[in-house]
Ligand binder design. Structure first.
Ligand code: PAF
Length: 233
């Protein structure tokens, strides 16, 4: 199901978002902007899930709470006009694009924290990251009250953490997972790919190639897997 490019309603305040009249079914695509072809796929899936009479809402918010100190919060791309145009041509109905001051009170003291799945993998190297993600996603769910929300499998741990949060806090929201969208050379599409120079960009695609080689080899033992992947020990 597709929808022709048209008018996208842009909202920047929580009050407007919460008093907005809405279609029967609303499907949310939460993003941090710098939209690219993987977002196009999330929006396509959201449109399908919303149905003929439903609406697709996209949020764009570079969430300061999920960036660790010293990371790329200030550097993170914020191409406002291009994102707006992207939403328009993708047939998005509602774009929620609040400022950080709108989302977070200066004396905020309430957070949402998942305390099991968040502690391993990326959670280990990015302390506070998943607390920031859960807090903002819970807020977006409360502000926009979607019936369903769409997340990419690229951030697989994030997806698992959000599913857990939805279950534990009884949000009545379906979480829809979308397979990773990749560039021609196998690199997962990401807004952060634009940080890479030509050499780094070439190196980054090796990860996917190595994982594919391992998957195709059918090898099960750690030492064989390491050999097939061509990893130096
Ligand atoms: O995956 C992202 O882009 C972000 O982590 C999300 C889910 C929009 C929360 O800020």
């Amino acid at each position: 199901m597709s929808k022709a490019a048209g008018r996208v309603k842009i909202l920047t305040t929580i009050a407007d978002a919460q008093t907005q009249s809405r279609a029967k079914r609303r499907v949310l695509v939460p993003t941090m902007g710098a939209l690219h072809k993987a977002h196009d796929e999330l929006i396509r899936v959201a449109r399908e899930a919303a149905g003929e009479d439903g609406e697709v809402a996209v949020s764009i918010f570079v969430n300061p709470l999920q960036f660790e100190p010293g990371s790329d919060y200030n550097l993170y791309p914020r191409p406002e006009k291009a994102d707006e145009e992207f939403c328009r041509s993708a047939g998005v109905d509602l774009l929620f694009r609040p400022s950080a001051d709108e989302v977070y009170a200066t004396d905020r003291s309430t957070f949402v924290e998942e305390t099991s799945l968040s502690t391993t993998l990326e959670g280990k190297s990015r302390p506070g990251h998943f607390r920031g993600v859960c807090t903002v996603v819970a807020k977006l769910f409360n502000i926009l009250a979607p019936d369903a929300a769409v997340f990419g499998e690229k951030d697989f741990q994030q997806l698992a953490v959000i599913r857990r949060m939805v279950r534990d806090l009884n949000f009545k929201i379906d979480i829809i997972a979308v397979p990773t969208v990749r560039e021609k050379d196998g690199l997962a599409c990401s807004s952060r790919n634009q940080y890479l120079n030509t050499e780094e960009r070439k190196q980054a695609s090796v990860l996917h190639k190595a994982l594919q080689a391992v998957a195709n080899s059918g090898k099960k033992s750690a030492s064989e897997i390491v050999t097939v992947a061509g990893v130096d020990q």
